[in-house]
Design a protein around this ligand. Structure first.
Ligand code: COI
Length: 349
């Protein structure tokens, strides 16, 4: 590798019982950081987790040039640790950066930084079935300048935090047909900070109305389902697994791709196509068994129990034999090294 990552170790270990930590609340002891200046990355290093010093003029604070990834590392049943699908995350990170006019990170630097950081903080990787180390690579525009421009300087960082079950119970979601998450030609397929900030207001309104999350619909017709909260979404109706296509407005989810691959291998019919909420509503009104679930790195699978359309509420199937739980278990078994990792998804450190 062209880059040598220096390591400054934090010798004092903070926490042993991580189970009670809320998602994203407590960082591990170390973080990775590298700087981009004069068109190149320099000074890649792993250091004790600490605050950043940024000028109030830093461009990321004003114009939203920020991109992140969400990844996980798992402890396998034999005690080894794997990072799940770093290649696929790298690919998406690179696409998001490109969309936001930000520089790519060389793949070997990305992979080596992840490897060394997770290795150093490996005592934070939970052993429990529902536990993982959540890994957050991200980049921010760090140039000091409040003139509106593409930054010439960036920080690429990776931080980690232990993570367990993301949602405590099945979700109650509302069809959102006023606000939108993304529009054609926008940044919906990029994992940029602005997409999340812009979702807060509609999500807060949905929460105040008694829902957990929104089901986003398309910007043109407010009819076709896009994502669920911060996750991709899937429906299982009449033995067909249906999910919105990667049209440019939704994220190319790594969990989405993994679940579709596993379902395909089980011989399940898959349709990646636009699906309107009225189609789902009609299926539910016809008394069909409908499974609905979010799919994302943080939550893995988030069962949807209730869908609200206006003032009508519909119940989806969340019984133990649901397909979503079978797919989740298969994924879990691969990550834990219980079943064969046919696709080389586990990057074992
Ligand atoms: C993820 O599933 O990794 C997400 O992007 C959700 C979130 C924690 C922002």
């Amino acid at each position: 590798m062209e880059y040598t990552i220096s390591i400054t170790e934090q010798t004092e270990r903070k926490i042993t019982d991580t189970k009670s930590i809320p998602f994203g609340k407590v960082p591990t002891e170390h973080m990775f950081i590298a700087e981009y200046r004069n068109n190149k990355w320099s000074n890649p290093r792993i250091v004790p987790f600490s605050h950043l010093v940024l000028s109030p003029f830093a461009l990321c604070l004003h114009y939203g040039q920020t991109v992140f990834e969400g990844m996980k590392a798992f402890m396998m049943q034999d005690g080894r640790i794997n990072i799940y699908r770093p290649d696929k995350h790298y690919e998406r990170f690179t696409k998001s950066l490109d969309r936001m006019c930000m520089p790519a990170v060389p793949k070997d630097l990305f992979t080596e930084a992840l490897h060394q950081l997770v290795q150093l903080d490996s005592n934070w990787v939970p052993e429990e079935a529902d536990g993982a180390l959540y890994i957050r690579p991200f980049m921010i525009a760090s140039e000091d300048r409040i003139g509106v421009k593409v930054s010439d300087e960036y920080l690429f960082m990776i931080v980690c935090s232990p993570a367990y079950q993301y949602y405590a119970k099945p979700l109650k979601v509302k069809i959102e047909n006023r606000f939108v998450r993304a529009a054609d030609g926008g940044t919906g397929a990029a994992k940029c900070g602005g997409n999340y900030g812009a979702a807060f207001y509609p999500t807060q309104q949905a929460r105040e109305a008694g829902y957990d999350q929104v089901l986003w619909t398309d910007s043109r017709h407010h009819e076709f389902i896009e994502e669920s909260g911060t996750m991709n979404v899937m429906f299982y109706i009449d033995n067909v697994l249906i999910t919105p296509p990667l049209s440019g407005t939704i994220l190319d989810g790594v969990t989405r791709d993994s679940l579709l691959t596993l379902a395909r291998e089980k011989g399940i019919q898959i349709q990646e196509r636009p699906i309107s909420y009225t189609e789902i509503q009609m299926a539910l009104e016809d008394g069909k068994r409908v499974e609905a679930f979010g799919a994302g790195t943080a939550a893995v699978i988030a069962p949807i129990e209730t869908i609200g359309v206006g003032n009508k509420h519909y119940n989806c199937y969340i019984g133990e034999d649901a397909l979503m739980y079978r797919l989740q278990e298969e994924l879990y078994n691969i990550r834990k090294g219980i079943t064969e990792d046919k696709h080389n998804w586990n990057y074992i450190i």
